[in-house]
Design a protein around this ligand. Sequence first.
Ligand code: AP5
Length: 209
Amino acid sequence: MRIILIGPPASGKGTQAKVLCDRFAVPQVSTGDMLRAAKAAGTALGLKAAAFMQAGQLVPDEVVIGLIDERLGQGDASKGFVLDGFPRTVPQAEALGRLLDGRGLKLDHVIQIDVPRALLVERAVLRRTDKRTGQIYHLKYNPPPPEADLEHRADDREETVLARLDTYENMTAALLPHYEALGLLRKVDGVGKPSEITDRLLAVLGNIG
Ligand code: AP5
């Protein structure tokens, strides 16, 4: 199962990717998580990426394409993956196509999670993540348990979220016609309870059992 989830910031890609990865026993491949881990580790790549992330801009294509090339070469990705946050530009999508072709692999599904902009700022600003488990919570919609060790992402402040939304509309939305032309794009309404969104995704994937 090789799936791409596309959607604006805080549309629920990470939340749903974790559920799908458990269900299909494939790894979640999130460039955002990889870049944050590189920043936390203090690598040169992480520190370079952090400046772009903090400004709500995209990290340069060659950086994230290199990360994905390396990640997809790891053994666990041979049985499939859920890509969350990559690709984000048409050149990234083209590079992914070449990487998969080179490995004799094909994408199965590209799913757009559709959430109106008006809901996204609140979803991002009140998001909290457990540092130990990576579990994603929301102070209003999915409150964390008392024992969670919470962090608030540096790019989840309102002004940065607004810049990220603009970046999505200006750069990443161009992926939709790209995958539509390839006959791979499906759209799922991302408004509702997370479990309802999962049901919609599974219906598209043809596996509701
Ligand atoms: P990245 O980490 O990928 O961020 P993003 O795409 O902006 O997506 P988010 O992680 O903000 O949200 P999500 O859709 O996963 O939503 P979530 O499930 O957490 O990227 C960060 C930055 O890294 C980018 O800005 C860029 O700088 C850089 N970057 C990353 N990849 C790159 C690439 N390929 N190229 C270049 N640069 C790249 O949910 C959000 C909140 O809503 C949570 O609190 C959750 O609990 C809640 N929630 C989820 N579902 C629901 C629901 N149904 N109802 C109510 N609340 C919900």
